[in-house]
Design a protein around this ligand. Structure first.
Ligand SMILES: NC(=O)c1ccc[n+]([C@@H]2O[C@H](COP(=O)([O-])OP(=O)(O)OC[C@H]3O[C@@H](n4cnc5c(N)ncnc54)[C@H](OP(=O)(O)O)[C@@H]3O)[C@@H](O)[C@H]2O)c1
Length: 510
């Protein structure tokens, strides 16, 4: 088969339909005994192997404090895969993967352990043909990020040799304010070149999030409405129904705004609001996201345009839930926010005057992440007012999770009435339209790291912009009062409802 130019279109290396397969490489996971590694990273590695996207000699090295032999580690990987992988277990895939599994025991300040790691990598290069190409995944508490990268430098593990690569993958949060993010960046870039640093925001690995680009830029019917002339406001929600679980040490002092708004929600805002990028290459995408984040205005009246909350005891899913201050490991005087809502404006021609309301929280009514673009009412209604009493505003809702898909809400005539109009929904559901289930975000992101594809990883410019927006809000909260209380299982503090009510609007109850 050939096209007019004589080239075989099936062989076009830029064809984005073709599977992308990683070249010879390995992955080192620091903090491999942790929650993230067990539930997400190790299963994602197996799923990639199962889909045939890893090279035959792919190697996985775990680094942690436990006194494990290689076999104990392999057993842990096996258990994690059995419990959490997305694709079915296949013995032949596992047998190939386990050939490259190794464990290095040590703490982050243990020089001998890093020397052992170096030796293990050289052995794998010979035995498995990994070609010196290794990514170091820092799945460790953020306070250890600097130490681990410095150790990698000290032991020559980050040296970029001719014909091979070394990469760093850094989990969130990237700093806890602008200053610490810049300082962390300085340390990381002292060791790894810019294009070999991959900052994780796993939301960008989700199919539904990447679909924002397809929805906006592959269609003609949405973009003409995507501006201040038609959009009334935008609501971006990430609600969790769980509490902090066993993560008190991580969460207390960080809170909902730093944990979720700074990264996931501002990334969703950027993808929703940005202009069309010149291409989907990393540089072009980053330029547009950074530009729109740079146009976000910090609320003028932080007391009225931001709300923070903390969950109190309540009922959730038929079970009694304790309040945040009674959770194990939480300081009973903690002022950490478990709920945060902010009203942001984007100071540009497309969005002037359109508020973007962002909210996130734990122990809310339901687990849901969505972006709702809510449209203005029709400028004139020829209907009798009783006919449209039940008619809301048109909305386009991108359902990020769960029930991934898109909903369009609009008015329709109620059958049998003379002319009553009510809201109805038109739904696209991934599960119904596509036979293949969506890969987990971490599958996509780990594969992209191995391929050196940086499109779905926030760059420092974006991280800096996010902290520029959040820092004044956090500083204001530090100085003023305490978080408002809300009962577990509800939709957050009444102050958040009041914030929207002042604008004549209300939060969606997804
Ligand atoms: N869990 C999630 O869903 C999630 C989501 C998004 C981002 N993250 C980020 O991912 C990273 C890991 O999170 P996690 O939930 O997996 O954390 P975790 O369960 O607390 O695990 C931390 C890991 O670090 C190791 N570690 C801690 N101190 C160490 C030291 N001094 N020397 C050597 N190893 C040490 C622990 O090993 P031991 O077993 O020896 O203690 C463990 O393997 C964090 O940056 C977090 O912010 C996590």
């Amino acid at each position: 088969m050939s096209d007019a130019s004589g080239a075989n279109p099936l062989r076009d290396p830029a064809d984005r339909r073709l599977p992308r397969i990683a070249g010879p490489s390995g992955l080192v996971i620091f903090g491999v005994t942790g929650d993230l590694s067990r539930k997400k990273l190790m299963p994602a590695v197996y799923d990639l192997a199962n889909r045939g996207l890893l090279p035959p000699g792919f190697s996985l090295i775990g680094f942690a404090r436990r006194e494990w032999e290689h076999e104990d580690f392999a057993h842990e990987v096996y258990e994690a895969v059995k419990q959490h992988s997305r694709t079915p277990f296949r013995e032949e895939v596992w047998q190939q993967l386990v050939q490259g599994c190794r464990f290095v025991q040590g703490t982050f300040d243990d020089d001998d352990a890093f020397e052992t790691l170096k030796q293990t990598i050289s052995e794998l290069d010979k035995a498995q043909g990994t070609g010196g190409n290794f990514a170091f995944y820092l799945s460790v508490p953020p306070k250890f990020f600097p130490k681990v990268v410095q150790q990698l430098k000290k032991h020559g593990l980050a040296d970029q040799k001719e014909g091979s690569w070394r990469r760093a993958v850094i989990e969130k949060p990237f700093g806890h304010n602008l200053q610490s993010a810049q300082e962390l960046n300085r340390i990381v870039h002292d060791v790894f070149p810019t294009n070999e640093v991959f900052r994780i925001d796993h939301y960008l690995g989700k199919e539904t999030v990447q679909n924002i680009l397809a929805l906006r830029f592959a269609n003609t019917m949405f973009e003409p409405l995507w501006n201040r002339s038609y959009v009334d406001h935008v609501q971006i929600t990430m609600a969790e129904d769980i509490g902090i679980g066993g993560r008190a040490g991580y969460y207390d002092g960080i809170g909902a705004a730093r944990d979720v708004i700074q990264n996931h929600l501002l990334q969703l805002l950027a993808l929703t609001a940005m202009e069309e990028p010149a291409s989907f290459e990393a540089d072009a995408l980053v330029a547009e996201k950074t530009k729109v984040l740079g146009a976000v205005k910090i609320p003028k009246d932080l007391g009225k345009e931001t709300v923070r909350g903390q969950y109190a005891a309540g009922w959730q899913g038929g079970e009694q839930a304790v309040g945040y201050l009674e959770e194990d490991g939480i300081d009973p005087k903690s002022k950490t926010d478990t709920y945060a809502a902010v009203k942001l404006r984007i100071d540009n021609r497309r969005w002037a005057g359109v508020p973007f309301y962002l909210r996130t929280g734990k122990r809310l009514g339901r687990r849901v992440t969505e972006i709702a673009v809510v449209f203005q009412r029709a400028p004139h209604s020829p209907f009798d007012h009783t006919a449209t009493e039940e008619l809301g505003q048109n909305a386009l809702v991108i359902r990020v999770q769960p029930d991934e898909g898109v909903t369009v809400r609009f008015g329709s005539k109620v059958p049998g009435t003379s002319l009553e109009v009510r809201d109805v929904s038109m739904d696209f559901a991934y599960g119904e339209s596509f036979t293949e289930s969506s890969p987990e975000a971490y599958e996509r992101l780990i594969l992209d790291v191995l391929l050196g594809d940086a499109n779905l990883f926030p760059r420092l410019e974006e991280v800096e912009q996010s902290w520029r927006i959040l820092d004044p809000i956090e500083e204001y909260w530090d100085k003023h009062g305490k978080p408002a209380q809300y009962q577990a299982g509800t939709w957050g503090p009444t102050e958040a409802d009041e914030m929207l009510a002042r604008d004549g609007r209300s939060w969606r109850r997804p």
